[in-house]
Design a protein. Structure first.
Length: 642
């Protein structure tokens, strides 16, 4: 990885788009609950989608090519979490006010300006993930700024939108989706392209993620938050990388896309150096079926046996080595071309001269293909596609267009992130034709009443919350830092509130963030211990029934028997504190045993007595009680001596 300075030199600019599911009582446009279901009753139906024309009369190109693949979409509609709205058989209801208020509240924490009136728009999405063929989205606030570790990051827009359906299992031409997720409200936050390094992208994403969690109004867990990235370097283009679900993958995806753009610019230089011109790249497919008809290659054999199966090739003059040119680890320029072939022509892939002979295609066959194309195997290159003729032609055409684009540098694309942080071509970037107004839903004026409700929901910034924990609850800066935005924060808040200050914040936070973790490390499965049991343990402590030192011991017992009553467990294990009388008796005995020292030191003997008492009473009595009883008994004793 390169240093901060190198990224600046590269002119790296990154904008982050965060999509987070909101925890509302119902979905964005109907009354279904915001929940995913496993099993239960469901209805199944099929649809095929077609692209709608926008107001401008254009058909969105990305939508068109998705549609052209002729896929059938199969929808599973769980009765518990979907209705006729998700099935697109009933018009959407009014926009969910609760979602709008939460989003506006979050906007306020980012200094974003609420719009006067909220208009729901339709964004064409034709991969089948919406039954309607579009996603509904509404802008709620514009502009703004956040301060992340001393750096200002601009906010461009804040929207609420409906989540898409959940992917099911695909079979052949059938894409399957589950409708429980469709319509769950999302907040979409887009930052300005102010982020300038992979490290910064992590910082900003984690800052915004923490802010969102501080509302207490967002869903938690895998898949509830997704990030998209807009990345460019100097001389490159704004490329959209979609679908990053893990925070750890963000910096990697950014670094690898910056590298890809840099390599594409180098590739352009190499094309120029070789004196190749864009106009030299022409679509002149040559039929080489005869050369390959008795090939031992399994793929070639299989595809040629399809009805209308053909082997078509095009020559690329002076391109030797260029298709094997690595853009990202294990992704070559040839891989990019294959992605285009797959998207536009629906073929499985392509062969190129830099990887042949191989895949069962022999040296002799390669030489014959060069001959048929009139090319020089030492200098030239070729693309070979074996499939149904129509598909092969469409694919080759797209490949030629992509190669021509290499003369301009980096094409504007939407790409999908892969598990290792590299990415693959997903579709061209949608144009303005993609958005049009939703006529089924009236606009919502942002009234004073809405703004007031939003203000009440406005979360503190992570810094403000940290400060609050330190200054008002007395947490150490370390504990406060750990707690803000952590998985345990909401549990902490609820426990603290329910205990009404009878247990100090540090004890609760230490239990959740320190003791629970170390108990887990010792091999206890703490996951089954419910919040109610934790509450009961802390309550026993607040009632003086167990000592603070006994809490971890009791948690370990609970880990083994999560259903048991904490009080009973403490009783059986001898963890209950002694009564005041019992403790007093021990204190008196210790005083008797130390009479000589007390006579010498008077009240200053207290710390020694305390040490001796705690040695016996640790885990069986509260330190504060022992201290008080020593004070009382010591002063009684000293009075008698006078
Ligand atoms: Zn519904």
């Amino acid at each position: 990885m390169e240093a901060q300075n190198d990224w600046k030199k590269l002119g790296l600019r990154v904008g982050l788009e965060i999509h987070q599911q909101l925890k509302t009582s119902k979905k964005l446009f109907c009354n279904c609950p915001v929940t995913l279901v496993e099993g239960g009753m469901e209805d199944v139906f099929e649809r095929s989608l077609r692209p709608t024309r926008s107001e401008l009369g254009e058909v969105d190109i990305a939508a068109y090519f998705e549609w052209q693949k002729g896929r059938i979409y199969e929808y599973h509609a769980p009765r518990e979490a979907s209705c006729l709205v998700e099935a697109d058989e009933e018009p959407p209801h009014m926009l969910n006010r609760e979602a709008v208020e939460i989003a506006l509240g979050i906007g306020m924490a980012m200094n974003s300006n609420p719009v006067d009136e909220i208009h729901v728009m339709r964004k064409i999405v034709i991969d089948g993930s919406n039954t309607t063929g579009f996603q509904r989205t509404a802008l709620v606030a514009l502009g703004g700024e956040i301060n992340v570790n001393g750096k200002k990051i601009g906010i461009q827009t804040i929207c609420v939108e409906e989540d898409a359906a959940r992917k099911g299992e695909d079979r052949d031409r059938v894409s399957s989706y589950i409708l429980d997720r469709l319509g769950i409200p999302l907040i979409e936050i887009s930052t300005a392209p102010d982020i300038q390094s992979p490290e910064e992208v992590s910082e900003v994403a984690s800052w915004i993620g923490t802010l969102l969690r501080l509302t207490g109004k967002v869903r938690r867990g895998i898949g509830t938050i997704r990030q998209d990235l807009n990345i460019s370097i100097a001389g490159g283009e704004k490329v959209e990388i979609k679908g990053v679900q893990e925070l750890d993958l963000l910096p990697k995806a950014v670094a690898l896309e910056a590298m890809r753009q840099k390599r594409l610019l180098e590739l352009r230089e190499e094309l120029r150096r070789r004196g190749i011109d864009k106009e030299d790249i022409i679509f002149t497919p040559v039929d080489v079926t005869n050369i390959l008809k008795s090939s031992k290659s399994k793929v070639v054999e299989k595809n040629l046996s399809k009805p209308g199966g053909k082997a078509l090739a095009i020559l690329l003059k002076k391109f030797k080595g260029m298709l094997g040119y690595e853009l990202q680890p294990n992704r070559r320029f040839g891989t990019e071309l294959a992605d285009y072939a797959r998207f536009y022509g629906d073929v499985k892939g392509l062969f190129h001269g830099d990887e042949l002979p191989g895949y069962g295609i022999t040296e002799d066959e390669v030489r014959k293909v060069y001959d048929a194309l009139g090319g020089d195997p030492e200098k030239d290159n070729f693309i070979l596609i074996v499939d149904e003729e129509e598909k092969a032609l469409k694919s080759l055409k797209a490949v030629v267009e992509r190669i021509r684009a290499a003369f301009d540098g980096v094409p504007r694309e939407t790409r999908a992130v892969l598990p290792d942080g590299t990415s693959k071509f997903m579709r061209p970037q949608p144009g303005a034709a993609r958005m049009y107004p939703e006529t089924d839903i009236p606009p919502i004026p942002v009234t004073k009443e809405i703004l007031e409700k939003a203000k009440a929901l406005k979360p503190p910034t992570p810094e403000e919350k940290r400060k609050y924990y330190e200054e008002h609850l007395g947490l150490s800066s370390n504990l406060a830092e750990q707690l803000v935005g952590s998985e345990q924060q909401e549990t902490f808040e609820r426990l603290y509130e329910r205990l009404h200050g009878s247990v100090d914040a540090t004890t609760i936070a230490s239990l959740l963030l320190v003791h629970m973790i170390s108990i887990k490390r010792e091999g206890f499965s703490i996951e089954k211990i419910g919040e109610e049991k934790l509450f009961r343990v802390l309550e026993l402590f607040s009632e003086g029934k167990i000592a603070k030192e006994a809490i971890p011991e009791l948690i370990k017992l609970l880990a083994q028997r999560p259903e048991a009553d904490p009080l009973e467990l403490a009783q059986k294990a001898g963890l209950l504190t002694m009564s005041e009388e019992e403790v007093r008796a021990i204190v008196k005995r210790i005083i008797r045993e130390n009479e000589r020292i007390i006579k010498e030191r008077g009240e200053r003997a207290k710390s020694l007595l305390m040490g001796a008492a705690m040695k016996e009473l640790r885990g069986k009595a509260q330190g504060s009680l022992v201290s008080r009883l020593i004070d009382e008994e010591l002063s009684n004793y000293l009075k008698k001596q006078v």
